[in-house]
Design a protein around this ligand. Sequence first.
Ligand code: NAP
Length: 487
Amino acid sequence: MSDQEARVVAQVDKRLFIGGTWRDAASGNAFEVEDPSTREVLCEVADAGKEDALDALDAAHRAQADWMRTAPRDRGEILYRGYELLMERREDLAVLMTLEMGKPLAEARGEIAYAAEFLRWFSEEAVRIEGGFSTSPDGKSRFLVMRQAVGPCMLITPWNFPMAMGTRKIGPAIAAGCTMILKPAHQTPLSALALAGILSEAGLPEGVLSVIPTTDPGSVTEPLLSDGRIRKVSFTGSTAVGRKLLEQSAGQVLRTSMELGGNAPFLVFDDADMDAAVDGAMLAKMRNIGEACTAANRIYAQAGIAEEFAERLSRRMGALRLGRGVDEGVDVGPLIDDKARDKVQGLVDDAVGKGARVLVGGGPGDGPGHFYKPTVLADVPFEAELSTTEIFGPVAPVLPFETEDEVLRAANDTEYGLVSYVYTRDLNRALRVSENLETGMVGLNQGVVSNPAAPFGGVKHSGLGREGGRVGIDEFLETKYVGIGGI
Ligand code: NAP
């Protein structure tokens, strides 16, 4: 580790943050956090257990009543200060994130800004929580509709966007007046702990946010979800774990928000602007080393342009520099662990076994980290396993298609429905295809859909609810109606 890297790791408190206090785990246990590009141990972090989780719940429950009565402007000001602090410390936070997660520094800087924007957006939404007043159709009573904080929330986040997945939940929860317990992924607890420190410095009262990293997520979250004092769970992660949490949420009939897996189709029609489509595919595929729920998983190119498109894409992919994310000039970092790399290799081998051609890449990169070379596969048959499985790595399979009907059928032939991308210059086709794609979001002639001001979320097995946009705060609010008679 360089001096700067050692300094940013040393700055973070590695203990649990519970009820406004930093403390060790009740068990005294700690776990190691690794740099996925070197496999070096960066530090040890306190490992929360059930007892710590219940302490965090006590704190959240105690703080809830006062917190929901604070002035919305005050909640907004805390969020705004949090936004400013994240931006002031962007460089150190980006290095920290790259060390624990592996993404190139430029992308980590981008994520800190993206994460900060959720705090700014929801600082503005905190003061716009509106209800309603109306007269019943028979004129005999009045309807007063008010919106109130749901109550203490359990927030569970993945490793791929260690800061933004936190602020995307914490921002609206604070704005709405909810208290919360955040359980970050065990691979990337440092960004979440740094965020807790920043929000505390921004003025967040004790108990409103607790952060409890753990290596045993089930034993920490299950007792909280079954307790009755938690009123909502907001989860981002795999569909398999999401399903499990939905089952656990049934006992206490919890409100749930689920941002789950994806399998994004990327459609390039033969009338598309080819330069824009290649640029868009690079973004949709390679953002975050391909480890994004929004990553283009299946690139369908119309037969007349499929070959040229695949070749141009492979030239761009072949020019990317693989390496340690903190080093200058690196475009692609390592995958999160060996399991992820083995999965990617298995999917490539399966596609090649079924007739796909490797245009570039196709195997692991050099060095001790979990590197995988940027890869383009041409002539991938629809029945290849990666058509139905989330790749989560830097592999771009190009699948040729003939007609709009055929590609729509293929695009929708998946349990997932998070996002799809369409490149065409035909306005009628653009709208028709957008309407017919079974996804919660569509990138029309653009390769990125994530934006704090837009409603992010999926349909089918990609999830429930939306994060960001005007509706993001709704996930943390209950609607109460008061019927007024005798007027
Ligand atoms: P994951 O294995 O589902 O883990 C996500 C989080 O759930 C982690 O904090 C994990 O803790 C925790 N967890 C695991 N098992 C649990 C259990 N039994 N009870 C409670 N919590 C549990 O997913 P991942 O591999 O980290 O993330 C990749 C997945 O997230 C992909 O499928 C991706 O598409 C999806 N994702 C979706 C979105 C979206 O907005 N739709 C955004 C980003 C990522 P540990 O780390 O300790 O295992």
